[in-house]
Design a protein around this ligand. Structure first.
Ligand code: BES
Ligand code: MN
Ligand code: ZN
Length: 505
């Protein structure tokens, strides 16, 4: 399948100088309103110009675009307010970057120069620049593959940013960030693809393509799934003409693992289209959007891609389940009883609660084969999580406080947040079945918790496990600080941060 290439966006990092060939300059002003030092010779002119805009207070996020004549040449400038610099965080600086990208694109600017020489930013110049660039690149994304006439519809013009500063290290630091952002874009591409193009069969090819980066890819097709007893994932896909697969992707970047070192496993729900099955979803946005029900699998694939591209010194396995949930004469019926790979029987109370069926087998497969010390699954699992948390936090459920703490910290750091919800025995009672070991829908309320409680029955002893329900954060109709309308690519930056901070050598 032809996966869209990363949005072209080039950064160059240069020694500070006022390069006369730059036509569009981006400058930052904090609440002190002090001009960057290198502008000395034109300071009077610029100050006078700024004074004309008496409502521009240099508050955080304020933007002013104006032209100034310097040495007989007309230059365009974007002034971006930072507010108090000691209140800036990674997420806040990235938000500024996102705002700048939006503004430059709305002005149809292709190339801009960022000049940083602010006294107040001296102590955090590297930090500031890398996060400004990250925000710009994250926001500068469009899924325009299907416009024939791109010129009219294209919303992205920005292609080149030249950064001028005194900082020497930024280029190196940013090159790693860039790889992670490219994978975020890759996930957005996958999530944006419609269900007729990205189906289980074509998703397999996307994974297979990671082999060229040194990822070990194993494809488990219907026949092998049957042999392995993975009847729960098979049941989800049995109404579809496309295949059903589990895909194993291994990144072994740590060449000298301790003998007892077990990998960290990431599991993803990849329902390439979720009609609900025989419990068909009603027509309307709830079914139309269900092309994005493979968001979990996309994040796991994107994570593995980013680890391989930045040659991370860590051993990670990704396992995704791919299926299409369709109603047909071969589809599973409400009330069917299936035997999962774990041996536990499941009453399929509702064919639209398919994600947990698929995950039950894929999680079990990962544990049987790798005995991971940590297992994290990501899934657009429940509509109820959107009711509970909206679009600013994913839901996290776990049997391990330390794991939650680490993921929560990473999430706060990069602005891909998780919020914990409980697991407990009394919720577990809600999924007991009269005919099988467990049923796939809870009796009454707590829809996201009972879904997580279902998954917990497929977690083995001694495995620290976290389930992240990304149904509310995988797609933003109105966009976010650093993502345009549509797919967010949520998760790639969260999980990279989590691994870098805690586990990479
Ligand atoms: N893929 C959906 C969950 C979903 C809903 C994601 C809305 C994003 C937005 C999942 O497979 C599903 O259909 N869940 C049902 C469960 C119910 C039948 C118990 C739901 O949330 O309604
Ligand atoms: Mn469903
Ligand atoms: Zn689903």
């Amino acid at each position: 399948m032809n996966i869209k290439k990363d949005c072209i966006m080039e950064f160059s990092f240069n020694k500070l100088a006022f390069n006369a060939s730059e036509k569009f300059g981006v400058l930052f002003l904090s609440d002190t309103k002090k001009l960057p030092s290198f502008l000395k010779s034109s300071a009077k002119l610029i100050t006078e110009t700024l004074e004309m805009f008496e409502n521009f207070g240099c508050k955080f996020g304020e933007i002013l675009v104006t032209t100034i004549e310097i040495n007989g040449e007309i230059k365009r400038f974007l002034f971006c307010g930072t507010g108090e610099v000691n209140k800036l965080s990674r997420v806040k600086i990235q938000k500024l970057g996102g705002n700048i990208a939006d503004k430059l694109n709305s002005l149809k600017v292709c190339k801009a120069a960022i000049f940083i020489d602010n006294e107040e930013l001296k102590d955090q110049e590297d930090f500031f620049i890398e996060n400004i660039c990250e925000g710009i690149k994250l926001k500068n994304y469009v899924f325009d593959k299907y416009y024939v006439d791109k010129k009219d519809k294209h919303k992205i013009f920005l292609e080149k940013i030249n950064v001028y500063s005194n900082s020497l290290n930024v280029e190196k630091i940013f090159s790693m960030r860039e790889k992670i952002i490219n994978s975020t874009h890759f996930v957005r591409d996958l999530v944006s693809e419609p269900g007729n193009v990205l189906n289980p069969d074509s998703f397999v090819l996307v994974c297979k393509d990671l082999e060229k980066l040194g990822v070990k890819v194993k494809i488990i097709d219907k026949k092998s799934l049957k042999e392995l007893g993975m009847n729960a994932i098979l049941a989800v896909g049995q109404g579809s003409d496309f295949g059903t697969f589990a895909i194993l992707m291994e990144w072994n970047g740590d060449k000298s693992p301790n003998k007892n070192d077990k990998p960290i496993a990431f599991i993803g729900k990849g329902v390439t289209f979720d009609t609900g099955g025989i419990n068909l979803k009603p027509s309307g946005p709830s079914i139309t959007m269900m092309k994005y029900d493979m968001g979990g699998a996309a994040v796991v694939t994107g994570l593995i891609k980013s680890l391989a591209e930045r040659k991370a010194k860590i051993n990670v396995v990704g396992v995704i389940g791919l299926a299409e949930n369709m109603p047909s004469s071969s589809a599973q019926r409400p009330g069917d009883v299936i035997t999962s790979m774990s041996g536990q029987t499941i009453e399929v109370d509702n064919t639209d609660a398919e994600g947990r069926l698929l995950l039950a087998d894929v999680m079990w497969y990962a544990q049987e084969n790798f005995k991971p010390k940590i297992m994290i699954d990501l899934a657009t699992l429940t509509g109820a999580i959107v009711v509970a948390l909206g679009h600013h936090n994913a839901g996290i459920f776990s049997n391990d406080d330390d794991l939650v703490k680490k993921l929560h910290q990473a999430g706060e750091e990069v602005g891909e947040r998780v919020w914990r919800l409980p697991l407990d025995e009394f919720y577990d009672d809600l999924i007991n079945s009269n005919i099988a070991d467990v049923r796939n829908v809870g009796k009454g309320g707590a829809g996201s918790i009972t879904a997580a409680q279902f998954l917990k029955r497929f977690v083995q002893k001694n495995c620290a496990w976290a389930h992240i329900d990304i149904a509310g954060v995988n797609w933003l109709d109105d966009g976010g600080d650093c993502s345009p309308k549509g797919a967010t690519g949520y998760g790639v930056r969260l999980l990279n941060e989590f691994l870098i901070k805690n586990y990479e050598k």
